[in-house]
Design a protein around this ligand. Sequence first.
Ligand code: PLP
Length: 396
Amino acid sequence: MISKLTLILYELNKEDMSNKPEHHPETLTAQALGWVDPTTRSIVPPIYPSASYERAPDGTYPGGHSYTRDQNPTYDQVELLLSRLEGGEAALLFSSGMAATTTVFETLDHGDHVIAPEDMYWTTQRWLEELARRGRISLELVPNGNMEALEGLLRPGRTKIVWVETPANPTCSVTSISETASAAHRAGARLVVDSTLSTPVLCRPIEHGADLVVHSATKQLNGHADVLAGALITARRDKMWERLTHDRGYRGAVLGPFEAWLLMRGIRTLFLRVHRSAETAMKVAEWLNANSEVREVFYPGLRSHPGHAIAASQMSHGFGMLVSFRLWGGAPAARRVAGSLRIFKNATSLGGVESLVEHRAPVEGPTTRVPADLLRLSVGIESVDDLLADLDQAIS
Ligand code: PLP
C-alpha cells in the first residue's frame, strides 16, 4: 500500500529518479532514488519507529498509516528501490528471508503441488519437506536445471509453484530461468526465483519470465551482516500479490523500522560490493581450480562449470560471491582447512563485506545432499592477494 506520506514524498520529489529511465541502476541505488525528507530536506531518510498513528476526529487516518504491522513509512523507499532494481511492479520487506519464503507457501491451498530443486538453501527445502509431511502441500524435487525432468513432474492445473534458486546455495548449480518460466507457465504454475546469490546487480529474474523474486536481504543486499531481512518483488500486482500483502500484515512477518533503515543504508553501496566480490570470487575460483590439493570447484564463472553457458546468458557483471570446493583429503581435510583459515572467518552466512568459510555438510545434517567435504566460501571485498595467501597457508 502506498501511504499518504509516500505520496507527499513522490510529490515533493517530482524530480527524483524513480521514474527516470535514463538513470542507471547504480545511480538510483547510490542516491536511494534521490529522495529528500519533506520537512527537513535531509538526504538521509528519517526512521519512523511509531507503532501507532493518530486518527482525525472523523476517525480517518490523515497520514495514511494506522499500525506498523500493516504499513511503516520507513519501508517505502527500500521497497520502491528494490522493485525498480528488479524491474517489478512492487516489493515487500519481511523480517527475514525465511519469513518472505514461508509467506509465499502460506498462500497455497491444501494439497497444492510444488516443484523445488534438489540443490537449494537447506532450510527452505526442510521447510517444504515438513509442509509435505504435514499434508499441507504435495512436493517433488527436481535435479537443478533438468528441463526434461521438470516437464515430467509438472501437473497442469495442480502444480502451483515452481521454485528455482540460481545459482543455488551452496553447490552453485545453475538453472535456466526463461526455460523454467515457459514450462511452468504452460502448466499454469508460477515461477518463484530465490535470487539471493545474484542480487539484481547480476541477474533480474523478472526479465527472464519469473513471476516473483525472493531475497534473503540479510545477505548481499544489506551486505554488512548486521540486519536480518527478506524481500519479495512481484512482476505484477495480481491477486497473489494482494494476498501476500495481506498475509504479511496478518502474520506479522514485518521488518522493524530500524532494520529497514539499516538495510537502505547497506543497499546504497550494493553495486560496488557486488562487482568487487564477484571479481575476487572469480580469481579465488581460478586459483582453487589450479591447486593440486583441490578435487573440484563449484563456481558458475568457470568455463568448466556445467551451468556456465546458462549463467553467462542470464547473469551480467559477474557470477557472484559464493565459491564452493572439495579437497582430495575429504571431510577431515575440509574441517582442518576451515579451522586454519585466518582472514576467512569460520562462520555461517554469506554476502557480507568480510569473507567467510563454512564446512557445510555438518551444518545441514545427515540427510544433506551436499558432499561431506564441501567448503563454502563467501568472498568479501578484502584484498584478493590476502585471501589467496590465506587459502594457500591453510590448504598447503
Ligand atoms: N535463501 C538463501 C539462498 C539463503 O542463503 C538464505 C539464508 O542463508 C535464505 C534464503 C534465508 O534467509 P534468512 O536467513 O534471511 O532467513
